[in-house]
Structure formats: structure tokens, C-alpha cells
Design a protein around this ligand. Structure first.
Ligand code: F6R
Length: 642
């Protein structure tokens, strides 16, 4: 995810901003930039692709070229020799670049718009009156941009952020806060941004809708950032910006206003985190932080793609081509394979297309029969998994159309594919995939719905209903995280010493079981097996006795009755059933010892909330065993070898 840091105060801020951005590096980024405003109102912007060392080099280079230009324009009568003139001018430019006491900085992790200097923030309007840094997504950016272009505005980047700068500038006459308020009212989506105004040193205006923004109060200086680590070395006194609020920041502090107009009093809190905890936003591990980021991962992934029907231009596929497809084949490894399994059910049911799903390392060697009527969808969080890349190459060489679903812009998979659909989960640091899984599953639904829309296999009213259900998912995930934590903890405490866990499910519940079982084995090293519940009596039933916990995914589906019968079979063998069920399904409680409820949604979408308790169960057991959940033994986040 991107990072924002802003400062206004008594100290020169170049180093403060760069250091703040460095503290946000753990979030991942591919480009960065700064806008610096000195007390005379002179504004400098610098952008760089790559890491912050590149941004530092760009700042130095900017100072150097300004110096050389100044040296070149020295009158010939100057008493200084040319070398001395250059040195003096270099010094002057350095001083100028370093004297700014108001500024904003940004690290960008590209989600839409390629990685380039033009797309790096800050962005401004053409006259350079307003400069902004933005996190999140402005969903109606294309519509706003078209309107602004029709009025003669020229854009220099592909980003949604630039639209916001243009929009604020359009409303900016003499009141910066009013300009931000008016612009904010025209935006849809979820975002946080900070604006800096040329000629207005000592002022930053921020706004927030569903993306974090926090004020850091120092002595005679104020910070405004997307996360506390950005300023933790300078102050521990913070104020949180809430949704639909504007924050007006000066060296003396922050004023909070509702977008609707009312002033708001905001309590000052003191954080007692150390640096490490701050990086994890107060969570004890990255994995737990990333589990809590799942609502955002889903929200960002579906956001603008549901704006008008289902929009997936990244697929690079026309509607007529979609109708001519003979088959969809999903390939992936590990967690990504499980996401593809959900995709199989969704595409078959909604788009009525035959689907195959294979593990990439199997697919690449099984000499599959493929041609140009096939759509091969390679799912890979990192975009670098060797087997998945090999499967993609094989498919492409056979004439199939290849689409990559990945979380990493610029990864190898994006270069080897005909089309790329990004999951927008933000950088995942925990080795065990969590938020990238739910984002991948969200893409599976988008893809299935897009195919259904293109092929006319679902009524448009049904597509609209499912779009609404998808839009509601992030909130349901948030509710699930809150409501299941305690019951899951109790179950983990009870079963922490169990030597084996069996997971059972059917239909879309099966990939949830496979993924839940994988989480438990990879972070707590407990042996697990996951099975299609109907298959249990053909073998695994022999494993059951009163010491066996059996996790059954019994969420709503047309086969719920069948799952309940399978649960009864398990109970009859004395095993202990922990069921995950949809809220309100009291009948599940009659069959299982323990039930963890997840909120109701369309049954096909239930895997997204249902995976949450299973991730947390694995997490709690691993913690109780004192294991390092972020870096489990023998595992690598990216598997670049076969
Ligand atoms: C499990 C996990 C792995 C990956 C697998 C594929 O938590 O993270 O199973 O899913 O190594 O990686 P990607 O998706 O990067 O291709």
C-alpha cells in the first residue's frame, strides 16, 4: 500500500520527510516523490522510480542542476573563477532545497497506472497551485477526468490522484479548505489525501474516507501521515482523522472539520509503541495485521471494477471473444491454487463455461491439450513462482490466451501474460498468504461475473444483485474478524495439543477447507488433511476417534443438507466437530459441538468470510505453541525454483 507523510513546522523538512518515508518502506513501494515549500512560497517537486535512495539521488541531482544553471548565468565579470562559482551556486541551491519547512512525501505501490516517474506522487494541477499525495482509489476518476479534460485540463499521468489535484485547483480561489471540501464532495471511492498549496507555507489540508490518516503533534510542528511509524521518532502524541473529515494542519496543531461543515473536537492520544510494533500498526505480527487488512484488500480489489456493470479492461478480451471461448483453465500453486478452485465453481455456475483447475507443477508436465479457444488464468500472488510461470509459457506457446492474476506490478507474470488482473491487497509480508487469498478470490468472482455478463448467461438483474453483494463483502469480513476472534481463541486453547486436524467441506466450502488446513500446517506444523466431505467415507473416516478435531465448513450452499449428514457421520465416530456456518443456521448447531458463525451473503461468496476463522484458528494455535508465524520454518514467500 502507498505511504503518505506530511510536515509543517519550524524545522527544515526534507530529511524529516525522507526519514518518514523510510519508516513506511515495509509497506512496499515502487516509486516515490516529494513536494517541498519554503517560507518564501517557492515550491520544488521531485519524483523517482525505485527506492528511496533513488529519490535522495534525484533531490541531489535537482540541487546540482539548479546550481549549474545558476553558475552558467553568473555574469562574466564575476570575480569568482568558474569552479568556485559552481561550488557557490551548488551550495546556494542545496540550501534552497533544504530550507523548506512545509512538505509532503509519498511512496507509491502501483495499483493502476504503470510504475513511472509521471505516475509517482505528488501530483498537481497544470499551474502547480495544488499538490497532492493520495492513498486508496477514486472510483469515479475516469468520469471526473473526462469532464476536466473537456474543460481544457491537460493531464500528465494515468493516476486517479492527479484528478483530485485538478479538482481542488478548480475550486481554489482564496480558501484552500473550502476548495478541498468542494472537491471531496465530488469524489467516490475510498482514499486519504493531503494537499499542499503553492504560496501557502505552513499549511496542509488532508481528508479521509476509509483509508488511514493520522496527525502527529510535536512542539511547534505537526505531521500528517498514513501510519504512525512515519513520525514516531518525533512525537507520540497523535490524533486520528475520521471518515468524511477534513483536517487543517499548521505548525500549531490540527483542526478537524466534518465535510458537512461542523468543527470537531478530537482527543489527543499517546502511543506507547516501539518502532517494531509501530511497523505492524500495533499488531503482534504481520500475519495478524494482514488478516485485519482483508476488508481493505477486498474493497480495493473490487472497487472501480463494479462501477458500471462489471468492468475488467485488463483482461484484454472482447465480449465476442468471451462468447467464443471453449474453456477456462486456472493454474496456480498453494494458496493461489485454492483461490482458483473457488473460481472454478463461480465460472461454471455463472458463466456456464467448462472449467479446469490444475496445480501449476502438474499442468506444466502433463502435456495438456490447449488451443486458442482456451483462456488460461494463472494465479500467483508474487508473480514469480517458477512453476506457474512455466505453465503460462506452455499455455502461450500452445496458442491459448493467458491472463495473470497477481499482486505485484511489474512481476514476471505480468510480462508473460496477454492480460493482467491485479489483486490490490498491498504488500504481504507474512509468509502465509492471507489478504492476498481473499483478494484473489474476489478477482475470481469479478472474472466469473464479467464472463457471465459478456456471454449473457445471467440476467442483468442477477448481475446487479451479485455486484451489490460483492460490494458489501468488505464490511462482512470486518464483522467476521471482530466476532470470531474470541470463540476461535477458546477452540484453539482447547485443541492446541491435538496431533491431527481433519477439514471437511463440499462445493465452495472445499477450497476453504483446503486453505484452512494449509494455514494450520504451515504455521503451526500440525498435520492436517482436507477432504471433500462426500469422499470421507472412502478412506479418511478411518482416522477418526474422540481425539480428532474435525473442522467442517457448513456455510450456506445447495449441498448444506449433505454436509450436515457428513457431520453426523463424523460425530457417530466420536470425533469432535467445529463447524463454520452462516449466521442464523441453527440446524448446524444441532449437529456440531461448536459453531462459528459468519455473516450471511450470497452463498457463492461465503468463502471470503468463512476463511477468516480458519486463518485465525491456525494463527492462535501457532501462537500458543510459541512459533514464529511470520516466518515459518522451511518456507519462502516467493518460490522461484521448480
Ligand atoms: C501459502 C502460500 C503459498 C503460496 C504459493 C504460491 O500460505 O503462501 O502456498 O500461495 O507458494 O505463491 P504465489 O501465489 O506467489 O505464486
Amino acid at each position: 500500500m502507498c505511504g503518505i507523510v506530511g510536515y509543517t513546522g519550524s524545522r527544515p523538512c526534507l530529511e524529516l520527510l525522507l526519514a518518514g518515508l523510510e519508516r513506511l518502506e515495509y509497506r512496499g513501494y515502487d516509486s516515490a516523490g516529494l513536494a517541498l515549500l519554503d517560507d518564501e512560497g517557492t515550491l520544488e517537486t521531485v519524483h523517482a522510480v525505485g527506492n528511496l535512495a533513488r529519490l535522495r539521488a534525484a533531490v541531489a541531482e535537482r540541487a546540482g542542476s539548479a546550481a549549474l544553471a545558476a553558475a552558467g548565468s553568473e555574469p562574466a565579470t564575476s570575480p569568482l573563477a568558474s569552479g568556485e562559482r559552481e561550488e557557490a551556486a551548488l551550495e546556494a541551491a542545496e540550501v534552497s532545497a533544504r530550507r523548506a519547512r512545509t512538505g509532503i512525501g509519498h511512496t507509491r505501490w502501483a495499483t493502476h497506472g504503470r510504475v513511472s516517474e509521471e505516475n509517482a506522487h505528488p501530483h498537481s494541477d497544470p499551474e502547480g497551485r495544488v499538490h497532492i499525495v493520495l492513498n486508496g482509489i477514486v472510483e469515479n476518476w475516469a468520469e471526473l477526468r473526462a469532464r476536466l479534460e473537456a474543460d481544457g485540463n491537460v493531464f500528465t499521468s494515468d493516476t486517479d490522484a492527479e484528478v483530485v489535484a485538478h479538482l481542488i485547483a478548480r475550486h481554489y480561489h482564496d480558501d484552500p479548505v473550502e476548495a478541498v471540501r468542494r472537491a471531496y464532495r465530488e469524489l467516490r471511492g475510498h482514499y486519504a489525501f493531503v494537499a499542499l498549496f503553492a504560496g501557502r507555507p505552513g499549511l496542509l489540508v488532508g481528508a479521509r474516507k476509509e483509508c488511514p490518516l493520522v496527525v502527529g503533534l510535536g512542539r511547534g510542528e505537526t505531521f500528517l501521515a498514513s501510519a504512525i511509524p512515519a513520525f514516531l521518532r518525533h512525537t507520540r502524541r497523535i490524533q486520528l482523522v475520521e471518515d468524511d473529515e477534513l483536517v487543517v494542519v499548521t505548525p500549531d496543531g490540527a483542526r478537524f472539520e466534518r465535510v458537512a461543515g461542523a468543527l470537531v473536537e478530537r482527543e489527543v492520544r499517546v502511543v506507547d509503541w516501539d518502532d517494531d510494533v509501530a511497523e505492524r500498526a500495533g499488531f503482534e505480527t504481520f500475519m495478524l495485521k494482514e488478516i485485519h487488512e482483508q476488508p481493505d484488500a477486498v474493497r480495493e480489489t473490487v472497487a472501480d471494477r463494479l462501477a458500471d456493470g462489471v468492468v475488467l479492461p485488463e483482461l484484454g478480451l472482447g465480449e465476442d471473444e468471451a462468447t467464443r471461448l471453449r474453456r477456462v483453465i486456472f493454474v496456480g500453486c498453494g494458496t493461489s491454487y485454492h483461490a482458483g478452485l473457488v473460481g472454478r465453481y463461480a465460472v461454471e455456475r455463472w458463466a456456464r463455461l467448462p472449467v479446469e483447475m490444475d496445480i501449476a507443477s502438474e499442468f506444466r508436465y502433463r502435456d495438456p491439450v490447449l488451443d486458442e479457444r482456451d483462456l488460461v488464468v494463472a494465479i500467483t500472488q508474487s508473480g514469480e513462482t517458477a512453476d506457474t510461470l512455466a505453465a503460462m509459457r506452455l499455455a502461450r506457446n500452445s496458442g491459448a490466451r493467458v491472463v495473470a492474476v497477481t499482486n505485484v506490478m511489474g512481476s514476471q507474470a505480468t510480462r508473460d501474460a496477454d492480460g493482467v488482473i491485479y489483486t490490490r491487497a498491498g504488500l504481504e509480508i507474512g509468509v502465509a498468504a492471507t489478504k492476498t487469498f481473499v483478494a484473489q478470490v474476489a478477482v475470481m468472482y469479478l472474472l466469473a461475473l464479467w464472463l457471465a455478463q459478456a456471454r449473457g448467461t445471467l440476467a442483468s438483474s442477477e448481475i446487479d444483485r451479485l455486484r451489490e453483494e460483492l460490494r458489501a463483502l468488505p464490511e462482512l469480513v470486518r464483522e467476521t474478524i471482530d466476532s470470531v476472534r474470541e470463540p476461535v481463541r477458546a477452540i484453539a486453547e482447547h485443541w492446541q495439543s491435538a496431533g491431527f486436524f481433519l477439514y471437511l467441506g463440499r462445493h465452495v466450502g472445499l477450497p476453504v477447507c483446503l486453505e484452512g488446513a494449509l494455514k494450520l500446517k504451515e504455521i503451526s506444523y500440525v498435520p492436517t488433511d482436507a477432504y471433500a466431505a462426500g469422499e470421507m467415507k472412502h478412506g479418511p473416516i478411518a482416522l477418526l476417534d474422540e481425539r480428532t478435531p474435525v473442522v467442517c465448513v457448513a456455510t450456506d450452499s445447495p449441498v448444506l443438507e449433505k454436509v450436515l449428514s457428513n457431520i453426523a457421520e463424523v460425530r457417530a465416530r466420536g470425533a469432535h466437530v467445529v463447524a463454520v456456518a452462516t449466521e442464523g443456521r441453527k440446524e448446524v448447531a444441532e449437529h456440531a459441538e461448536e459453531v462459528i458463525y459468519v455473516p450471511r451473503s450470497d452463498w457463492m461468496l461465503q468463502p471470503i468470510p468463512a476463511i477468516v476463522p480458519l486463518q485465525l484458528l491456525a494463527y492462535e494455535i501457532a501462537r500458543l505453541k510459541g512459533l514464529n508465524v511470520d516466518q515459518p520454518r522451511n518456507l519462502a514467500k516467493t518460490v522461484t525454483v521448480e
